[in-house]
Design a protein around this ligand. Structure first.
Ligand SMILES: Cc1ncc(COP(=O)(O)O)c(C=O)c1O
Length: 387
């Protein structure tokens, strides 16, 4: 077998399907403007929801952490890599989330894979929303558990499945805010279900932390205090990189001992932890940046709605579903011509036939930027006969 010819053939198939990915390089100017090919663009595709990557306090905290602790951690958390800032950040996360303890992972992806594989095994059943993030799906697959997908946000369907597994070892898993659709999971009703059927409940707050529930995430949004596994990332609203799990102390101690992605990887660097800790302090001490995000979200939603574009104002993620890959790519290209970056999202990230532009608004966007983006988007959608 000619392996490399095989790689080429498979890439050619992706190209034909207009589904080939390539890396684009953007040079940030600030939290919402980037430079690329000697031009300036408004970034409308990032998860930097609070603009904290460019907050001087967060940047200074990263620099100070490097000066104090060095550039790298030099070891895994259970060997030599746990410097004291980890303890501070884990305590800050559990305080913020009102849980007993928290544990940092290297990414949200690793938190999902490491947590699900530690908690579930081949004797377990996982009840998972059909639109859950790829890292949840990968964790489920790797755990060897039986995977039962319920229709998106359909609690009755989840219950229908649970009835068949009354005595099993099981967990319900959902994104808190769905990454590609921006809608909020019915966590209150899933919570009831988890109690009725004695299942663990896990929520992935990657896009909810810093965004809903006063920034505290989906459980807080619904006034819930004891969701079993509250997972999230430091990489989006918190302007750094990393993942976390918050919950009861037995859960955290269990993960420290059984989660392979936690145990077998070098700990994050001081810069990552210092930045995340400061970002969390900012949100915790003063919710004004979270309030600004909310205001900008509502402003964008109302602008789009006034132009006849169907959308919600629940979260800062605005999916503009156009159907086929070529339409999504054309729309993204035309927007770029006009100085706006919004990435075209295609399968397998979203279902076939539901390719889209995933637009995000942040606390750092100005009213003028939002006005310009909404107006330009509307003109293009009319020109392309979409919506
Ligand atoms: C819902 C969800 N969970 C987990 C992740 C992974 O987080 P990270 O980027 O920190 O690996 C993402 C984002 O990519 C996500 O959207």
């Amino acid at each position: 077998m000619d392996y490399f010819q095989n790689f080429k053939d498979r890439l050619a198939t992706k190209e034909q399907e207009q589904n080939k990915r390539s890396i684009k390089f953007y040079e940030p100017i600030d939290a919402v403007r980037v430079k690329c090919e000697n031009r300036e663009f408004i970034m409308m595709a990032s998860n930097n929801y609070l603009g904290l990557t460019h907050d001087i306090r967060v940047q200074q905290a990263a620099i100070q952490a490097v000066q104090h602790y060095g550039s790298g951690s030099g070891g895994a958390r259970l060997t030599s890599g746990s410097f004291p800032l980890f303890n501070e950040l884990e305590t800050a996360i559990s305080d913020f989330k009102h849980t007993e303890q928290a544990l940092i992972f290297n990414t949200g992806y690793m938190a999902n894979v490491g947590t699900i594989t530690a908690l579930m095994n081949k004797h377990s059943v996982i009840i998972s929303d059909e639109l859950n993030h790829a890292s949840i799906i990968d964790g489920c697959r790797l755990s060897g558990a039986q995977i039962e997908r319920y229709k998106h946000k359909d609690v009755e369907h989840a219950e229908y499945i649970l009835k068949n597994y009354k005595s099993a070892h099981k967990m319900i898993i959902t994104d808190g805010v769905f990454s590609m659709d921006g809608d909020i999971a019915p966590l209150d009703r899933l919570y009831e279900l988890s109690k009725d059927y004695n299942a663990l409940l896990m929520v992935d707050d990657a896009h909810a932390t810093g965004v809903i529930g006063n920034g505290r995430g989906t459980a807080h949004h619904f006034g819930l205090t004891d969701v079993d596994v509250q997972l999230g990332t430091l990489s989006k609203a918190l302007g750094s990189v990393g993942g976390y799990v918050a919950g009861r102390k037995e859960l955290i101690e269990y993960l420290i001992n059984y989660s392979r992605s936690f145990i077998f990887s070098t700990a994050l660097s001081p810069a990552d932890i210092g930045a995340a800790l400061e970002a969390l302090r900012i949100i915790h001490d003063d919710s004004s940046v979270v309030d600004t995000l909310r205001k900008n979200t509502v402003y964008m939603a109302h602008k789009l709605q006034a132009m006849g574009i169907d959308c919600d104002d629940e979260t800062p993620i605005f999916p503009i579903v156009v159907g086929e890959n070529d339409r999504a790519l054309t729309l993204a290209r035309e927007l770029k011509e006009r100085g706006i970056i919004i990435t075209a999202i295609r399968p397998p990230t979203v279902p076939v036939g539901e390719s889209r532009l995933r637009m995000t608004v942040t606390a750092a966007h100005s009213k003028e930027q939002v006005d310009y983006v909404a107006k330009t988007l509307h003109e293009l959608l009319v020109d392309m006969n979409i919506h």
